[in-house]
Write a protein that binds this ligand. Sequence first.
Ligand code: NDP
Length: 818
Amino acid sequence: MNVKEIFETMEYGPAPEAAAPGLAWIQERTPFNLFINNQWVKPASGQYIDSINPATGKRLAQVAAATSADVDAAVAAARAAFETWGKAPGHVRARYIYAIARHIQKHARLLAVLESLDNGKPIRETRDIDIPLVARHFYYHAGWAQLMESELPGYQSVGVVGQIIPWNFPLLMLAWKIAPALAMGNTVVLKPARYTSLTALKFAEIVQEIGLPPGVVNILTGEASQVGEALVQHPGINKIAFTGSTDVGRSIRRATAGSGKKLSLELGGKSPFIVFDDADLDSVVEGVVDAIWFNQGQVCCAGSRLLVQENIADRLIEKLRERMEHLRIGDPLDKAVDIGAIVSPGQLKEIQRLVNTGVEEGAVMWQPSWACPTEGYFFPPTLFTNVSPATTIAQVEIFGPVLVSMTFRTPAEAVELANNTRYGLAASVWSENINLALDVAPKLKAGTVWINCTNLFDATSGFGGYRESGFGREGGKEGLYEYVRPKWETLEAPAKEFHIAGESASTNGSKPAVSADEDREFEGGEQLLDGYTPMLPAIDRTPKMFIGGKQTRPDSGYSRDVYDPQGQVIGQVGEGNRKDIRNAVEAAHAAGGWAAGTTHNRAQILYYIAENLSVREDEFARRIVQQTGRSYADAAAEVQAAISRLFSYAAWADKYEGAVHRPPLRGVALAMPEAIGVIGMACPEEYPLLGFVSLVAPAIAMGNTIVVIPSQVAPLSATDCYQVLETSDLPAGVVNIVTGDRDLLSQVLAEHDDVDAMWYFGPAEGCKRVELASAGNMKRTWVSYGHPRDWMDTVQGEGEEFLREATQVKNVWVPYGE
Ligand code: NDP
């Protein structure tokens, strides 16, 4: 082609990156062994699996197929290394992590070539996006290692972390996992995806190069059924961090339930890309290219649902088709290629299957006129119009270069359509009207919202999902908390639950056994009550449920007895059931406007609750004495602590704010802690008033609406709060209280698809049941694993840990400039 022809056609010629250095590196090392204790170790099975170049379908390398014996060895190495690495000063860890970042940069080109060969993604992306972001992630976290002691003083490392990553961003996902884990003093065993292990193995060489202590990072290649599952189940692992499909995430949630392992899940998505009629359509078209054809659409946060305002839809679709005609697909190592290869034949088949389903369901499919290469696994960019929101292609994550488009008329309709998905990972909003865009952003159920941009990532800004897109964040300060636990918690197996009298009581009204401890506490009877003689209330009160701001009778029509520690009946409360929980969840949803109110207003109401409680301090103290047999002084101290706690969260209500990140672009990312939605909570048995207040106050302070199951054996302190709540201007439905069998009601709440999070403070067995049941809609859980917590202690019983559990961070990216 001569210059004149090029000038007329404006066609790109090929601009190939040399594969030779990458292929030579592979050739010298294949078959690759496992990386344990900084050594290359043959797999116990003696087996190796092929790693294929998706652009050619030919074998690139062989990597070891680890099995559970190798997992045992790697976990043992990581455990041993944790003994020293976990105690190393932050500055020491920072130096190592900094060295990793430097070495990533030194080998950047090789890493980019290897990634393109192994995964099929264009070199333009691996060179300019994946690898620079990997280096950035390690630099950023070297900083957090340095600052851990001063910035997270109340926290300790978790221990040994099992990390399982997918194939779509092999080295970047490794960085997102390993950098924060190491920064916070953990050691890791990482399993790359079966299709894409090579850059992780190059990373292992970097670990050796920089002299990271042996066992801090261990890398096991192989199959999910052999390595992944063994890691998830291994008792020597304290946390699992997973990125991948929602189905596997769900199975990991179930497998780890009750084990006490921390868990973070970054799962699938079906992210909306919303275009208002005043958007700059040329920018929008380039945005769509980045949203859905970046990495062949194999991106968890791909903007795969194009939602366009009806009056501009035809114009935009026409422009988009024109642009699609000019996209270039082919050799990933060609620097002028936009779209590379799909990772595997299986993934290619799945994309084709879903596209066929779209056509069968009546949507109109359009693909450019040019043909894909016949060698390797390629799929053309595909656009669906005439899509109805309930169809398969509008709901299911396709994970390929396939865009479905739908239209809307009003902003409210756009929000409704955008949120019409079980996922909640990301969203893009396109409008020249920044007021409109910033109004829509908080209404979207998504962990990241990009305004007039898309698929931007940076280590400063936590990334992660709402709803079935998972929980936990990667990046930002919020991401660090996934790799630490409060210092006061031990690393040992779950301790025995703190029991008080009646804990073991059967639920059908039989008299509870009084434990030996309680007997002891009650020796001497009234003398222990500081001279105070407990009096039963003059008029029998019969607390019902508290639902939607009203006291309602239990659906069952049954009541359950409440006993004092000596086994005397001191009252009754309603026997809550499934129907009461459903009503309470409905009422909590109806009160969703609570989150949209001002933080000042929420603070005022919390102060008001405290004020009303303090007026009845004596009565509440007497109630605690009556239910627990503790001394009056002790009970009065509990009431005081509850009032103080309400003040704390009133104070926090307008102070627990987000951050303004400065990622490396002209613009900002606003990290906003948002309410989670409806939280179900089972209160601890101990401290009937303080336990209740300690959970309720942070949740409502942050804008959640809640369904609370009070202490099962001492519920009267919570039911006595009905009148306090009624007289404190709290809107109906913000707090709903259902009394009864804690485990039975918790199960219903944990299974409920309209409950967004579940907190459970009780025995280990109950925690396990809650975690298992929560897998249905992947709701976030916060359970005590049977660990006792000192509720009177302000370090353990209140503060940022509670506020973090009551919120999820949304990052809103706002670029600026002309
Ligand atoms: P998976 O979720 O199956 O794989 C992700 C990682 O988990 C891989 O390392 C895999 O190992 C491992 N794994 C799989 N099953 C288990 C298990 N039971 N226990 C422990 N580890 C396990 O994703 P796929 O690769 O199968 O892709 C399927 C679909 O998942 C895609 O079409 C896409 O929709 C979605 N996906 C989403 C991603 C995201 O970023 N959110 C990333 C990748 C896929 P191995 O590679 O050996 O199978």
